[in-house]
Design a binder for this molecule. Structure first.
Ligand SMILES: Cc1cc2nc3c(=O)[nH]c(=O)nc-3n(C[C@H](O)[C@H](O)[C@H](O)COP(=O)(O)OP(=O)(O)OC[C@H]3O[C@@H](n4cnc5c(N)ncnc54)[C@H](O)[C@@H]3O)c2cc1C
Length: 537
């Protein structure tokens, strides 16, 4: 006897969106299982708290990559949200839809219904844009998108410097035309983080047909032959099973969704057997096609004490705290990147191939995130659509153990060339006369780095990620595809994956907006399938 119609695994960007949309119809009983606790940490809700959550093991899975030669043996941190809202509760809040080319590429792979024109209505449905948008932007949706509240003379100067170097100002990079520089738009409301827990889950919490369980780690999907019928999970030391009549929807994110499928016996049979897991359904693509935005960060010493390095100390900071709590303004509303840039590294390109984040702040090391004491600035550079592919797989049959993450960054020549070309453009922009008043000198990599080989070596030694893991349960119809274009797991009835892992290729931007779009579209697919079944009955 089924307890629920739908069981959603993971209350992240996708999971909260799905929980709202699927429970809109009071006839459908929905269970949402989240491994992490409630999102009641103070720093989740204050934008500048982003930094405080990067190493917080209660609200963040704090995964790390396996050391790889391509990054000179380093193990790179891969933070992922572990609370209601998932990564949207710990992310940098930058709202970026990507480029129409991204979705048209998915469609050209044979994924019906995923062209830009087909997905645009779902971006609009999710969104309420506070700024002046054209017809591509949404109004009245649950996800509040705001313009960056605070602007700053140094940030204006970078935008001017980019314009002087031939990269124009662009007032809205989310309307299908990305190229240029300007201030990021953010998922905030009145200066507070607007995670999917706030946007989608809160409005649905009082519905009697939605049950939300936190601290509930799903350990496997229960299969009856080739049909998913429920899940097993642990909560406060107890093991539970929940059964569903229609579908299990895995929305545990691009690190954990393939992990859960493998723990359930779905994946590469030899690999599963080697960990003592009975292979119940062979799918070679589970955990493959890993992609992320690999991002070296360049720093400059500033001339004037007007950067966040000084503004977040002593009396200055005390004044900012008062300003934030009285007016919901000031530097506590800042996020990880403040100014964006999208450029073409070669004029013949159809679309931009590099994205920048710029902030008037600098860290001594990216890992510790402790701001320098002297004035500083940081430009983060990454290739929009990297081609290098890595993997995520089990390294233990214990569901609580972290999987092995092997990104294989910079494996493709195009990725190496593009990241080097992108960093050279950063240096050129920062050397422009518009920055003379503000820039003292380049600290990292510094003037000693000149040749392409030296730039690449700097990237290998210093690059981190911008936290955009995708692709590990990719959508498609080739032998490495895990889900079809309705997001149904190939060969298993009653089981879908709906989250960042289904993206076949990287989107040109930060991934949260695209994940929410995927969940909006996935929810419609699930509801339509149910209606068709009911009509046929
Ligand atoms: C530090 C950081 C900064 C980022 N900055 C930005 C940004 O500025 N802009 C942007 O657009 N994107 C950003 N991203 C990326 C973006 O937030 C993610 O792509 C997006 O949130 C992924 O959504 P998801 O639903 O696929 O996974 P998630 O949101 O990660 O949700 C997965 C959920 O499943 C839960 N879960 C996992 N395993 C289990 C299990 N076994 N049982 C039960 N629950 C489970 C997790 O705890 C989590 O809550 C950032 C990400 C991070 C981590």
């Amino acid at each position: 006897m089924a307890d629920y119609d739908y069981i959603i695994v993971g209350a992240g960007s996708a999971g909260c969106t799905l929980a709202n949309r699927l429970s809109e119809d009071p006839r459908h009983k929905v269970l949402l299982l989240e491994a992490g606790p409630k999102d009641n940490n103070f720093w989740i809700h204050i934008p500048v708290g982003f930094n405080k959550l990067l190493n917080n093991t209660r609200y963040n899975w704090c995964f790390n990559t396996e050391p790889e030669d391509s990054v000179r043996g380093r193990s790179i941190p891969i933070p992922r949200g572990k609370t209601l809202g998932g990564s949207s509760s710990i992310n940098g809040m930058l709202y970026v839809r990507g480029n129409p080319l991204d979705y048209n590429t998915w469609s050209q792979f044979g994924n019906r219904g995923w062209s830009y024109d087909s997905v645009l209505p779902y971006f609009k449905k999710s969104e309420h844009f506070e700024g002046n948008g054209d017809a591509t932007r949404g109004l009245g949706g649950p996800l509040n998108v705001a313009n960056m509240i605070e602007q700053h003379e140094l940030l204006d100067a970078v935008i001017d410097a980019a314009a002087a170097e031939g990269y124009p100002k662009n007032p809205d990079y989310n309307n299908g035309k990305q190229e240029g520089f300007g201030y990021y738009q953010v998922t905030q409301k009145h200066g507070r983080r607007w995670s999917t827990a706030r946007a989608f889950l809160d409005p649905a919490r009082s519905r009697p047909n939605l049950r939300v369980e936190t601290d509930a780690l799903t350990t496997r999907v229960i299969l009856d032959g080739k049909r998913a019928i429920g899940v097993a999970y642990t909560q406060h030391g107890q093991t539970h099973e929940a059964r569903c009549g229609r579908e299990v929807i895995v929305a545990a994110g691009a690190v954990k969704s393939p992990h859960i499928l493998e723990l359930s016996g779905i994946g590469q049979p030899d690999r599963l057997q080697s960990f003592g897991i009975a292979p119940l359904h062979a799918l070679p693509g589970v955990g493959e096609n890993y992609r992320d935005h690999f991002a070296p960060r360049m720093n400059w010493r500033g001339k004037l004490p007007i950067t966040l390095n000084e503004q977040t100390r002593g009396l200055n900071f005390a004044r900012e705290i008062i300003k934030y709590f009285c007016l919901h303004r000031g530097i506590l509303t800042y996020t990880a990147g403040i100014v964006y840039g999208f450029v073409k590294t070669r004029p013949e390109l159809e679309e931009c191939d590099v994205q920048y984040h710029f902030a008037h702040a600098s860290y001594a090391t990216a890992a510790t995130r402790i701001l320098d004491r002297e004035p500083g600035m940081t430009m983060t550079t990454y290739q929009c659509r990297p081609e290098s592919k890595g993997s995520i797989h089990l390294k233990s049959p214990d569901p609580a153990a972290h999987p092995a993450i092997r990104p294989n960054f910079l494996a493709e020549a195009m990725d190496r060339q593009t990241v080097v070309a992108g960093m050279k453009i950063s240096r050129r922009i920062m050397q422009n006369a518009a920055m003379d008043k503000y820039r003292a000198h380049e600290m990292n990599p510094g003037p000693k780095v000149q040749t392409d080989d030296e730039w690449l070596e700097f990237a290998r030694n210093n690059g981190q990620t911008t936290y955009h893991v995708i692709g590990t349960c990719k959508m498609g119809n080739d032998k490495m595809a895990v889900v079809d274009d309705q997001l149904r797991v190939h060969g298993v009835a009653g089981l879908r994956v709906v989250d960042a892992s289904i993206m076949p290729t990287m989107v040109s931007g930060n991934t949260n907006a695209a994940v929410i779009m995927i969940a909006e579209k996935g929810a419609d697919m699930i509801k339509t399938a149910t209606e068709q079944l009911q009509a046929a009955a």
